[in-house]
Design a protein around this ligand. Structure first.
Ligand code: NAP
Length: 295
């Protein structure tokens, strides 16, 4: 079942992302009410026809759908808690970046107060909002996702991952975690080259296609992870240990920090020490999934 396309929507939070979201919703034909803690951020939206509410209370009471895009979980709780009685019977779509536990806790709080709750995670920067390249992940109320799908698709691609309100944010943070490690790896490579005066802008011409080409191996790693059988006759952990130790030694020789590559060494060494040197490099997954107890 689809919502009526003119469902009034309130957006709480007009940071860079909140403004982009409010703008896309308003352009999509919804009566859009906005509120922000600090005044002045709504000027451009108001000029286009959005309504600025002077308080969170007046913002919330005019719309059945409330989109929350604040800094973090703490600001979400600080803003929503006093609004609980008013939110009863409305839908809260929280696209603030939070942990899965925080999403579940907010969903439980919402359920206690008769508030329908959909948790969202934004895989996009503000400039991408409203374009097909933006991807937003949702979990929580399926009915809310299906009913308001048209509204959600004004922001970008919309996919629902299940009724567990924490799962969208788990995907978000797992994807971001993969990305940060990749960027840190690139920074390490760039630092190695910088030690001989090669600018990163030159190195990237080699690194970007190389990293991109290597992603072809990810599904193969994924199969190892899922099966838990790391038997291989190519590129064993012993083989990779030699390569990674050489990278670390070269880094030290060049006067470059080993922080990033040392983390990979630790993961490999743990598996080799446990007698798995003949297994695939993919086995490092086991050391991450079940970390060694700390002393
Ligand atoms: N920007 C991105 O590229 C991007 C991408 C994906 C996800 N996100 C997520 O989207 C959310 C918003 O990001 P953003 O880029 O819009 O951040 P931002 O520009 O820093 O804006 C933060 C917003 O939170 C409000 N805020 C902070 N503390 C508050 C409090 N205690 N009470 C009430 N309001 C409070 C700020 O209000 P004031 O104006 O009064 O300070 C502002 O509206 C974050 O969770 C972020 O992780 C952002």
């Amino acid at each position: 079942m689809n919502e009526r396309s003119n469902t009034p929507v309130t957006v709480l939070g007009l940071g860079a992302m909140g403004r982009a979201i409010a703008d896309a919703i308003h352009r999509g034909g919804h009566a859009t009410t906005v509120w922000n803690r600090t005044a002045g951020r709504a000027d451009a939206l108001v000029a286009k026809g959005a309504t600025l509410a002077p308080s969170p209370t007046s913002a919330v009471e005019v719309s059945p759908v409330i989109v929350v895009c604040l800094l973090d979980d703490e600001s979400v709780r600080a803003t929503l808690t006093p609004l609980a009685p008013l939110l009863t019977g409305r839908l809260v779509i929280n696209v603030t970046t939070v942990t899965p536990k925080q999403a579940r806790d907010t969903a439980a709080w919402a359920a206690e107060h008769g508030v329908e709750y959909l948790d969202g995670a934004i895989m996009a920067v503000p400039e991408m909002i409203g374009l097909p390249v933006a991807s937003l992940l949702y979990s929580g109320s399926r009915a809310a996702f299906e009913t308001h799908r048209e509204l959600l698709e004004l922001l970008g691609g919309a996919r629902w991952f299940g009724t567990d309100p924490g799962i969208a944010s788990l995907y978000d943070l797992a994807l971001l975690g993969s990305m940060y490690s990749m960027f840190a790896g690139f920074a390490h490579g760039a630092a190695m080259m910088a030690s001989e005066g090669v600018p990163a802008t030159e190195f990237v011409e080699m690194a970007a296609p190389w990293i991109s080409a290597m992603t072809i191996g990810l599904p193969h790693h994924a199969e190892f992870f899922d099966q838990g059988d790391y038997t291989t006759d190519v590129q064993s952990l012993d083989f990779n240990k030699a390569a990674v130790d050489t990278i670390a030694e070269a880094s030290r020789d060049q006067g470059v920090g080993t922080d990033v590559i040392a983390a990979v060494q630790t993961l490999i060494d743990r598996q080799v020490a446990a007698g798995h040197g003949k297994d695939s490099f993919a086995r490092v997954f086991e050391g991450i999934r079940r970390p060694a107890p700390t002393a």
